[in-house]
Design a protein around this ligand. Structure first.
Ligand code: MRU
Length: 368
């Protein structure tokens, strides 16, 4: 997608030496600065995931894959493969794409002679990245068809208002995004769309990243505080919600950024369709009860007690907004049960949020 009219991916390899340099956009300083960082080692890839230089489930998976590739350049032994796997898997617990990407890389590499591993690892990581782009583009088209249906039901006469939470746009993937891909496809097809962007406290991925992306692509949008969604829905100002997911159980429960569950409840109460967009790599076929089984990341209370922004002089500064000494709790994700989800938008089509629905699209689930 575009930054200052130039197309970018969130992770790419630039020619340099035998295998090239892994580059990522530093998402901790967007939208105030555009900074590209180089990941030179598995340790640096792990740090980038942990400190959220890169974030979003599919992008974490792709970065983990490149992290293993960098480990194979450093030392292509099986013990280093296992050590790098353990280092990378421990960075963030909720998004299953990280495990998916790392396990795929390990399967590919473990059987190879050491001398072949680095080249094969870079090729496999590139395949994971390219597939993510294709998958997000495909699910975007399926989601755009839903938006077109809404527009036709509205008599083709008005703008379709879509509410989204957090950032499940191209910055959360390699390109296109999950929840925002349908919006980009619809916008490019000439459908009139407007996006309500939840700010998404505490890290404000909506206010900083989603708004930035949509602005760069010229998609009309308005940032709202997290608690406005219910009011907008009560007043007929939301036609549909589309969010992403970091882990989806085989039964269709979805785990996404904290606050998603409350939006789903409000949508349910107001008869607003609530869709979740996901690549198959986000489905955890081993889990069937999201609330009981999905590990929920708990992050530093400092993300709640402090906020960052840009000052009038252009400096990025962090300030405390709470009384000194007041404790804070920071759960990063919550689970929305399948019964509150109108449908799952995947690369293979749209299905019910249920085991039957998912198996109808992915009958060979182990290969998905
Ligand atoms: O903590 P983050 O910023 O990595 O969380 C991102 C989300 O919750 C996204 O909605 C999710 O990854 C959806 S998939 C693009």
């Amino acid at each position: 997608m575009l930054i200052d009219k130039t197309p970018f991916r969130t992770i790419w390899v630039e020619p340099n030496g035998r295998f090239g340099s892994v580059k990522v956009i530093d998402q901790t300083v967007l939208p105030h600065r555009f900074v590209v960082k180089t990941l030179a080692t598995a340790e640096e890839a792990a740090t980038a995931i942990r400190d959220m230089t890169v974030r979003g489930a599919p992008l974490i998976g792709a970065t983990g894959a490149y992290g293993l590739a960098l480990a194979m350049v450093e030392e292509p032994t099986s013990s280093n493969l296992e050590a790098a796997f353990d280092l990378l898997i421990a960075t963030r617990p909720t998004a299953v794409n990280l495990r998916w990407g790392l396990e795929r890389m390990r399967r590919r590499l473990a059987a190879l002679p050491e001398a072949d591993r680095a080249a094969a690892a870079f090729a496999e990581a590139a395949a994971i990245a390219d597939e993510d782009v294709a998958v997000c583009s495909a699910l975007g088209q399926h989601g755009a068809d839903l938006i077109r249906d809404q527009w036709e039901r509205a008599g083709r006469s008005r703008t379709i208002n879509i509410l989204t939470h957090c950032n499940a746009g191209w910055l959360a993937t390699v390109d296109w995004g999950t929840a925002l891909a349908p919006i980009y496809k619809a916008h490019r097809a000439g459908l009139p769309v407007h996006v309500w962007v939840d700010e998404t406290r505490p890290r404000n991925q909506g206010a900083s990243l989603t708004a930035y992306e949509l602005g760069q692509e010229g998609v009309p949008h308005t940032i709202v505080v997290d608690n406005v969604g219910g009011h907008l829905m009560q007043h007929g100002q939301v036609d549909l919600c589309i969010v992403g997911t970091d882990r989806t159980t085989r039964t269709g429960d979805v785990c996404n950024k904290i606050g998603t569950y409350l939006k789903a409840l409000a949508a349910h109460d107001n008869g607003v369709p609530f869709y979740v967009a996901l690549p198959a790599s986000t489905i955890d076929w081993r889990m069937s009860d999201g609330r009981a089984e999905i590990p929920i990341e708990e992050r530093s209370p400092l993300e709640v007690t402090h906020m960052s922004g840009v000052t009038a002089s252009g400096a990025i500064e962090t300030v405390r907004i709470t009384p000194e000494g007041s404790p804070a709790l920071n759960y990063a994700f919550d689970v929305t049960p399948a019964r509150l989800v109108t449908g799952l938008i995947t690369e293979a089509g749209v299905c019910a949020a249920s085991e039957e629905g998912l198996l109808s699209l992915f009958p060979l689930r182990d290969a998905a």
